[in-house]
Design a protein around this ligand. Structure first.
Ligand SMILES: NC(=O)c1ccc[n+]([C@@H]2O[C@H](COP(=O)([O-])OP(=O)(O)OC[C@H]3O[C@@H](n4cnc5c(N)ncnc54)[C@H](O)[C@@H]3O)[C@@H](O)[C@H]2O)c1
Length: 356
């Protein structure tokens, strides 16, 4: 059996601990270093991970540990800087959290840096490992829906939290077809002040090169998913075809209607179930260049371009062509241009979440 890949995990909050614990439990990996600027978090994490090298300075620790995998799970404000630290540490793979960047300008710089260094990168869109997500993908791929004409994703949480996920999965349901243009509207400034800065509600259309229409919406105006009680999991992602539809509810299983009738099954987003295969696929890709990780950066980058193009459409109006030729700071554009108009929520629960 091949040896163990050494991992440095930076940022030991909720997601950092999910990653660190999963690497630690996988025999193909060794957690060789951990980093957080919060000393209490470092001390709490160390004994759970066989007490690896620990420190608060990611750049210094990365130079000491020289990891094979540089994993960082910091909040969205810290991305390009960490990518640069990971590349200069000599890591062969960088694993990090969505969203990949706060702007198209930053994402383009990240892509250039990774491409130039030839470093693999993986972005945590791990929901797709859920049995219900897999089942919907399987039904679509089987041809049971006939010709797919529409893919869609809705979520009541706000854009920088959720849209990255929705776009990744609806692109997957559409075989990764390229997006040609988007058009969107947005309203509500309350969540622009959040660390995951977003309009309170954004909705848009995507034209894919294979003729399929994409529809995506996030936030206060997104529809309820009454089958799901946990608010953050009120996401519905699916595909419509000439012979039927199939969709996944993040917290509520899957269902489909095809020529042969209606069917449904269980499944709910679960970090304990989704993280182990997500991490195992990193080992597979490190072992063999041909076994590209399903959550590879190049795919996440395309989803991010769509999200940033939707924001540009909100600000400038009309259709925005893809790929984006030059970078911009889309959140700053939204800050400058979104009117004070208050968002109209689609449910009482949404109204409670989007009060300001
Ligand atoms: N994939 C998913 O399903 C999923 C779910 C939740 C959150 N997320 C994403 O994960 C990311 C992290 O979210 P979280 O909830 O774990 O955040 P968190 O606040 O719990 O953790 C972030 C950690 O990073 C540390 N940190 C900040 N700056 C640092 C630095 N310079 N060096 C080292 N450590 C530093 C903080 O002290 C904190 O411990 C976000 O981008 C979020 O969108 C993804």
């Amino acid at each position: 059996m091949a040896g163990k890949y050494r991992v440095l995990v930076v940022g030991l909050g909720k997601r950092g601990m999910h990653h660190a614990a999963t690497f630690h439990a996988n025999p193909r990996f060794e957690v060789a270093g951990i980093c957080d600027i919060d000393q209490a978090r470092l001390e709490a994490a160390a004994p759970k991970l066989s007490s690896p090298l620990a420190g608060a300075d990611a750049a210094a620790l990365a130079q000491t540990v020289k990891p094979d995998v540089f994993c960082f799970c910091t909040l969205p404000g810290l991305r390009l800087q960490m990518i640069k630290i990971g590349i200069s540490s000599g890591a062969r793979l960088i694993a990090f959290e969505k969203p990949i960047a706060l702007s198209s300008a930053e994402a383009i710089e990240i892509k250039r840096a990774l491409d130039a260094a030839g470093v693999k990168a993986v972005v945590s869109h791990q929901h797709r490992y859920g049995v219900h997500y897999q089942k919907v993908r399987e039904i679509i791929a089987s041809g049971a829906l006939g010709r797919i004409h529409t893919v869609y994703g809705t979520g009541t949480g706000w854009m920088l939290h959720l849209m990255s996920h929705l776009l990744d999965y609806l692109r997957w349901f559409n075989d990764g077809a390229e997006a040609e243009w988007v058009m969107a509207q947005a309203v509500g400034r309350g969540k622009l002040a959040d660390l995951h800065a977003s309009p309170d509600y954004i909705a848009g259309f995507i034209q894919f090169a294979n003729g399929v229409r994409g529809i995506v919406e996030c936030g206060a105006g997104a529809p309820d998913v009454p089958e799901v009680s946990y608010w953050w999991r009120k996401c519905r992602i699916g595909a419509l075809g000439t012979d039927g539809f199939a969709e996944v509810l993040t917290g509520g299983g899957w269902r489909a209607v095809t020529k042969t009738g209606a069917s449904s099954g269980p499944g709910s987003m679960n970090y304990d179930l989704d993280m182990p295969p997500y991490v195992q696929d990193m080992a597979e890709w490190l072992d063999d260049d041909r076994r590209v990780h399903p959550c590879n950066f190049q795919s996440a980058y395309k989803g991010h371009q769509i999200m940033m193009a939707l924001c540009r459409s909100v600000v400038q109006g009309g259709q925005v062509a893809l790929p984006l030729a030059t970078g911009a700071d889309e959140l700053a554009l939204l800050q400058a241009h979104l009117p004070e108009t208050k968002v109209l929520a689609s449910t009482a629960e949404n109204a409670k979440e989007y009060q300001s």
